[in-house]
Write a protein that binds this ligand. Structure first.
Ligand code: SF4
Ligand code: SF4
Length: 485
């Protein structure tokens, strides 16, 4: 392992590692525009230049590999002067858009100018090059050519990651600009381009002008849009989510569909719904309780777990089916084909927890085929289920069966003759564990407090029987299950 010195600090670098990576691993930040850890090196912007002893010229740290005994300076007078010149060059034709630019507050150009630029402009405003501004660049993107620093991150993304090649650099010198194919950028990962653009050239239509970046609070969590469970950072303020971007800790390309699912939370349910009409919770609880109690008498209560619910919530349902309802007609048997279908992130399984249920169903409940055949024969007075999963059972549920469902997102329209819907918190509002398609346990982190109760609280209120199924026992059951995974 080569030993090198960066800014007086002796570092054990890895063989073949670049100076930029070795520095970053050891807490030394080197500025960059074109370098992105998940893209190939291009070395075009020169912002990451460093001084290396015995090297006559400054070298780009993103593309220069370490070698034994190297002595590097990342912040010498020579390096600072070079950075200042690069910034002056990049800003020559840059518009004065900061006050209205969505990237303000998280713009590399703005931040670096404050750290290393701070020169007085020598370029007359009237001579600035005019380029095409804020035009439609696809379903989710707007492009502003004047703000572009030609780092080519966007070009490399569509070549190396999606293979769709919709973006190119045209012309030469100060006339160079980014061109987008006719038809725009419409690949399923297009919003990653707004994330990786270091300035405000590519912006997201979904986020534009909705919130200043410095007001946003950031919560690390996971996307539940499919079984990949991509790590994400949720940006929110005052109980509202404004965008979801890839996690800073573990990078993965997010698909547009997954990161935009948060919009469903804007239509959060606050009341119960009985047969399509809003109803007060106490009324719904009383009605639901009466139906479950009378159905329990003739053993006609059925329940299903859900691959959209967390491990804790499914475990809770299994515990309550056994101890509170004391039924045997319940299932956790959901099986979906799981694989990353495009070699990037999107999984063929659109549920976030079916891998967990595959194992859990071996020990708890009946086979899905068994429950389905009983459902089709109209054996049940009441069927209890999380609503997204429930909709998949729709054609099999007999008209006489009352459905009691729990929902954390729309649609609210009911296809059933008798349905009571109770609102439950989404995983933006509460912690939950999920198992990804590789068997790894990942957790959601709440961004704000829950505005409704959990399924287990509703069931306890409807059925009573706290003595039969006490809460400590339920918690012990969940904790034990999680510790065994
Ligand atoms: S649009 Fe953004 S990502 Fe693309 S080259 Fe310009 S600055 Fe770089
Ligand atoms: S690939 Fe799946 S987990 Fe990742 S962002 Fe898309 S929907 Fe979410």
């Amino acid at each position: 392992m080569p030993r090198i010195t960066i800014d007086g600090k002796i570092i054990e670098a890895e063989k073949g590692e670049t100076i930029l990576k070795a520095a970053e691993r050891n807490g030394i930040y080197i500025p960059r525009f074109c370098y992105h850890p998940a893209l190939k090196i291009s070395g075009t912007c020169r912002m990451c230049v460093v001084e290396i002893e015995k090297f006559p010229k400054l070298m780009t740290s993103c593309s220069t590999e370490v070698s034994e005994g190297m002595v590097i300076r990342t912040d010498s007078e020579r390096v600072r002067k070079a950075r200042k010149q690069i910034l002056e060059f990049l800003l020559l034709n840059h518009p004065l858009d900061c006050p209205i630019c969505d990237q303000a507050g998280e713009c590399f150009l703005q931040n670096y100018y404050m750290d290393w630029g701070l020169y007085k402009s020598r370029f007359p405003l009237k001579d600035k090059m005019k380029k095409r501004k804020r035009f439609d660049a696809g379903k989710h993107l707007i492009l502003d050519n004047e703000r572009c620093v030609l780092c080519t991150r966007c070009v490399r993304f569509t070549r190396e990651i999606t293979g769709t090649n919709e973006i190119s650099v045209l012309e030469r010198g100060d006339k160079s600009y980014i061109e987008v194919d006719e038809g725009g950028i419409n690949n399923p990962y297009s919003l990653n381009i707004a994330d990786i653009c270091p300035v405000g050239a590519f912006t997201s239509k979904d986020f534009r002008f909705r919130q200043r970046s410095w007001f946003l609070k950031r919560t690390e969590s996971i996307c539940l849009g499919c079984a990949t469970l991509c790590p994400v950072e949720i940006h929110h303020n005052k109980g509202k989510i404004y965008r979801i971007v890839p996690s800073q800790k573990e990078h993965r390309w997010l698909c547009d569909e997954g990161r935009l699912t948060y919009h469903k939370m804007d239509r959060e349910l606050r009341t119960a719904i009985i047969n399509g009409n809003a109803a007060d919770l106490p009324v719904a609880l009383k009605k639901g309780g009466a139906i479950i109690t009378s159905s329990l008498k003739d053993s006609s209560v059925a329940l299903a777990g859900s691959p959209y619910l967390s491990i804790e919530d499914n475990a809770s349902l299994a515990f309550l089916a056994q101890k509170l309802l004391e039924i045997s007609d319940y299932t956790f048997d959901f099986v979906f084909k799981q694989e990353i279908e495009d070699g990037i992130s999107i999984n063929s399984d659109k549920t976030p927890n079916s891998r967990f249920l595959r194992g859990f169903a071996r020990k708890h409940g009946m086979k899905m085929t068994e429950l389905n055949s009983k459902l089709e024969k109209g054996k049940f007075g009441v069927f209890i289920c999380e609503r997204k999963t429930l909709l998949q059972f729709f054609p099999r549920i007999d008209e006489k069966t009352t459905v009691i469902s729990f929902a954390f997102e729309p649609p609210w329209k009911t296809p059933f003759k008798n349905e009571i819907i109770f609102p439950i918190p989404s995983y933006f509002q509460k912690e939950g564990s999920f198992m990804d398609f590789k068997g790894k346990i990942k957790k959601t982190t709440p961004c704000f407090p829950a505005s409704s109760k959990n399924i287990s609280e509703y069931l306890r209120e409807m059925v009573g029987g706290g003595n039969k199924a006490n809460k400590e026992e339920e918690q012990e059951f969940i904790t034990k299950l999680l510790s065994e995974l």
